[in-house]
Design a protein around this ligand. Structure first.
Ligand code: DGL
Length: 284
């Protein structure tokens, strides 16, 4: 791979949640060049109509591909993935990977057949989720919480915000009452809140997210196109920043480069990306 450009993967989310997925991809595929694209001007998607989410995702991703040709697109947002995947696949020949709440692995893990599903208000309402539960966890009690506050608390971490512990415990008390032993993090923002969630629900044994499964799927797709990027190889001497560009449809969040570094995702360039010309640029 020395004199060859590394494979490039576009990771998309409404905000910073997709960074939890990008971090898994980087750990699994350290040779991959990541481009991160966040529709933070449209955040949160959890309260948006489907048509708005579809339109915003397709427009932004199409524009990003013009400037940053990619080998794989990852829609690192459960809320968007429930509606946008067929539209993206009709729009581009680049393989598209979506995120599905980890109901199936959760059903394999739970000991007491009680699962908590934590997602955005939109995701918990979508019929697609009913089908997923019916197919893979039909014999489990699945308690759903679609709370609007959690994604905001995760976003606030970038500027040094602290998760409000009492409000969080209150938001997820239905899981405590249902005595779930397994919780599915059905929104990519939530792995960023994991330490706080564990404190609020100390009896939960298994916390499931989709990051590793996505990373494995990306590796498989890259292998199909001979773009294999060293899956599982330890990062010894990174020759480049894992993220060549972080693109934001609104203003880039204050402190984003530092926050990304803490996740192991140092970034070369942070810039605005919507609607036509960059609204903000700067080296990170
Ligand atoms: N990270 C997105 C998800 O996985 C966040 C949703 C939002 O913007 O409300 O669903």
């Amino acid at each position: 791979m020395s004199d060859q450009a590394p494979p490039r993967v576009l990771v998309f989310d409404s905000g910073i949640g997709g960074l939890s997925v990008a971090a898994c991809i980087h750990r699994y595929l350290p040779g991959v060049d990541l481009v991160y694209l966040a529709d933070n001007a449209g955040f949160p998607y959890g309260d948006k109509p489907e048509t708005v989410v579809i339109d915003r995702c397709c427009t932004l991703i199409a524009r990003a591909l013009e400037q940053y040709p990619c080998d794989v697109i990852v829609v690192a947002c459960n809320t968007a993935s429930t509606v946008v995947l067929p539209h993206l696949r009709a729009m581009t020949s680049v393989p598209v990977v979506g995120v599905v709440p980890a109901i199936k692995p959760a059903a394999a893990k739970t000991r007491n057949r009680r699962i908590g599903l934590l997602a955005t208000p939109a995701t918990v309402r979508r019929p697609y989720l009913d089908r997923l539960i019916e197919e893979f966890a039909g014999d489990c009690r699945v308690e759903r919480i679609g709370h609007p506050g959690l994604v905001r608390w995760a976003e606030d971490l970038v500027s040094g915000g602290v998760v409000p512990a009492d409000e969080l415990t209150d938001a997820i008390k239905a899981f405590h009452e249902a005595r779930v032993d397994t919780v599915v993090l059905g929104c990519t923002h939530y792995p960023l809140l994991l330490e706080s969630l564990k404190k609020s629900l100390p009896l939960v044994r298994f916390w499931m997210d989709s990051g590793e499964a996505i990373a494995r799927r990306v590796a498989w797709l890259l292998e199909q196109t001979d773009q294999f990027a060293g899956a599982g190889r330890p990062v010894t001497e990174p020759v480049h920043s894992p993220v060549s560009a972080a693109l934001f449809s609104g203003s880039a969040p204050e402190g984003i480069a530092r926050f990304m570094s803490e996740l192991g995702l140092s970034v070369q360039l942070v810039r605005g990306f919507w609607p036509a010309e960059p609204t903000e640029a700067g080296s990170a």
